[in-house]
Design a binder for this molecule. Structure first.
Ligand code: NAD
Ligand code: DAU
Length: 350
């Protein structure tokens, strides 16, 4: 094998798309997926590639520093693409410490393991940290987040991701570790866990349950199809400059309520419903505390320097996503049994 790459969080939503892309596009790379399989990690996401001879799965919690050292010793990776994280804002409001442990301490454990394993000879090595636009805080009606925007996180989730970004840069500055970071906007697509807006609402429409819109529904997010994020990650990993940051976004802003109405329209078509049927499920509920009003990414740097831009329009991406959930109802049933029921009741029924 030409190279060994560790991908952390590879059983999750974005991670599984990154693993699939690397395993299929680079048959000469050995791809090792490091994942603890929390409620959000699911090996069913990788069934189609799990028997590939350049793919290995290692079940490990990134809080286990000794276990990480052993894996680094055993596989001698050339690079790390770090996606493992607690990723849901509402859960971070319920249990912030889980986010500090995995997102901050877990990331520092990985930085230490890489630094030790590479023994300060960083030639040809790369530590790529996948982060979020939420570290930049919230925008008003206008403006965009650039790579120079000052960090201003508001939720325990975004504070933990901001902290992990700072540690990654600190290891770059202090020890010369060859780090690169990207900060991306909201992803959507197949395999998205149904606690996040789009898959939650697809599932609730199928089950004819209320669609819980927070506050006035006028919060704005910039949506990117997950496979386009995976393509951007491939480019940043291979062509991004060390000690740099790349913002990644969809150039695709939607107010939540407008997005929900578009989703209802497409779902009604798919289900053969009268137009307007699913809209009746829309229910405004109490707002998320500390809810950021608007996110919008200026992705011109990755566009100019690495030639990346989204390839899928929102309508196409949403249709592909809806089709995937209809074809994968067994997946949906598996992930919404067990722990999901407790979370759902606590978040929406109390
Ligand atoms: P996800 O919640 O779907 O998946 C996270 C994965 O990490 C799961 O497979 C889980 O089992 C694993 N994991 C969690 N804690 C772990 C631990 N302690 N040790 C090992 N593995 C652990 O998340 P996602 O939405 O795919 O996000 C992936 C990354 O991308 C995260 O770092 C997130 O902050 C970032 N990000 C997400 C989005 C988005 O819209 N989803 C946007 C920008 C950035
Ligand atoms: O911006 C990138 C981030 O996008 C990622 O870093 C996070 O990991 C990812 O979860 C996502 O965070 P958001 O909080 O923006 O995504 P979520 O799908 O939870 O919510 C999107 C918007 O929809 C937000 O304004 C809150 C609103 N919402 C969400 C849920 C779950 C509702 O109105 N009702 C809901 O039930």
């Amino acid at each position: 094998m030409e190279k060994t790459i560790f991908i952390t969080g590879g059983a999750g939503f974005i991670g599984s798309h990154v693993v699939r892309l690397f395993v299929t596009k680079y048959p000469n790379y050995r791809i090792v997926n490091l994942d603890a399989l929390t409620y959000a990690g699911n090996l069913e996401n990788l069934r189609d590639i799990e028997n590939s001879n350049n793919y290995i799965f290692e079940k490990i919690n990134i809080l286990d520093a000794e276990g990480l050292a052993k894996l680094f010793q055993h596989y001698q990776p050339d690079g790390i693409i770090h996606l493992a994280a607690e990723s849901h804002v509402d859960r971070s409001i319920l249990s912030p410490l889980d986010f500090v442990y995995t997102n901050v301490i877990g990331t520092v454990n990985l930085l230490n393991a890489a630094k030790e394993s590479w023994k300060d000879n960083f030639e040809g090595k790369r530590f790529y940290h996948v982060s979020t636009d939420e570290v930049y805080g919230a925008l008003g009606e206008t403006g965009f987040f650039t790579e120079e925007t000052k960090y201003d996180p508001h939720s325990p989730y975004s504070a933990s991701k901001a902290s992990s970004d700072h540690f990654v840069r600190a290891y770059g500055d202090t020890y010369g570790l060859p780090v690169v970071i990207s900060n991306c906007s909201n992803n959507y697509g197949p395999n998205h866990f149904p606690e996040k807006l789009i898959p939650l609402f697809i599932n609730n429409i199928i089950e004819k349950k209320p669609l819980p819109v927070y506050g006035d529904g006028l919060y704005t997010r910039d949506w990117l199809f997950v496979k386009d994020h995976a393509i951007a990650i491939d480019l940043v990993y291979h062509k991004g400059a060390n000690h740099s940051t790349y913002n990644i976004g969809g150039f695709n802003e939607w107010k939540n309520i407008d997005l929900v109405k578009l989703l209802c329209q497409q779902m009604d078509k798919k289900l053969g419903n009268e137009p307007g049927t699913s809209d009746k499920l829309i229910t405004y509920i109490k707002d998320r505390p500390g809810h950021d009003r608007r996110y919008a990414i200026d992705a011109s740097r990755i566009n100019k320097e690495l030639g990346w831009k989204p390839s899928v329009t929102f309508e196409e991406g949403l249709q592909q996503t809806i089709d995937w959930y209809f074809e994968n109802q067994e997946w949906l049933r598996h992930v919404t049994s067990g722990e999901y029921q407790h979370y759902y009741a606590n978040q929406y029924e109390n």
